[in-house]
Design a protein. Structure first.
Length: 134
C-alpha cells in the first residue's frame, strides 16, 4: 500500500529525496478512491527505482491542488514532481484507466514537457480523514 501523507515532513521525506507522484485522491467517492489507491500501490513496485508514489486527500489539501493548477472538480488527479528541478506534470480530469495511467507513468521516464513551479512545493500539516476509513 502506498504511503498516505498529511504533513510537510511527509512531503519532504517522500518527495524531496527523489521525484514522486502525488496521487491526489477524491475521497468523497470512497469506492473509487479505494480502487485508485490500490492501482497506484500496484504501480509503486514497478516504478520504485524512478520515483516514490504517495497519496493524499485532494479536497483537504487544496494548497497542493493550487500549486499544480488542478481544480477540485478534476479530482482524482496525479501530479509528478521533481524537487531537484522544481518541474512537474499533471494527469487530471480523467477517469483512471489502468493502461492509460501506466502509459503516463512510463512517459515520466523520458521527462515529457514538464512545467516549472514558481515556488517550492509546500504542504500544510493536517490529517483530514483517517487512512483506515478508506
Amino acid at each position: 500500500r502506498i504511503k498516505y501523507i498529511t504533513t510537510p515532513q511527509d512531503l519532504t521525506k517522500y518527495c524531496f529525496s527523489k521525484p514522486c507522484v502525488l496521487s491526489l485522491i477524491n475521497i468523497r467517492k470512497a469506492t473509487r478512491a479505494q480502487q485508485e489507491i490500490r492501482m497506484m500501490s500496484d504501480f509503486a513496485y514497478d516504478f520504485e527505482k524512478q520515483f516514490n508514489i504517495v497519496w493524499l486527500d485532494g479536497h483537504c489539501h487544496k494548497e497542493i491542488l493550487n500549486e499544480f493548477k488542478i481544480k477540485p472538480e478534476q479530482l482524482s488527479a496525479l501530479a509528478f514532481f521533481n524537487e531537484k528541478t522544481n518541474h512537474y506534470a499533471v494527469y487530471a480530469g480523467k477517469y483512471w484507466i489502468q493502461k492509460d495511467v501506466k502509459k503516463w507513468l512510463k512517459s515520466l521516464r523520458s521527462q515529457p514537457a514538464l512545467k516549472r513551479l514558481k515556488y517550492s512545493l509546500d504542504m500544510e500539516s493536517r490529517a483530514c480523514r483517517q487512512e483506515e476509513e478508506l
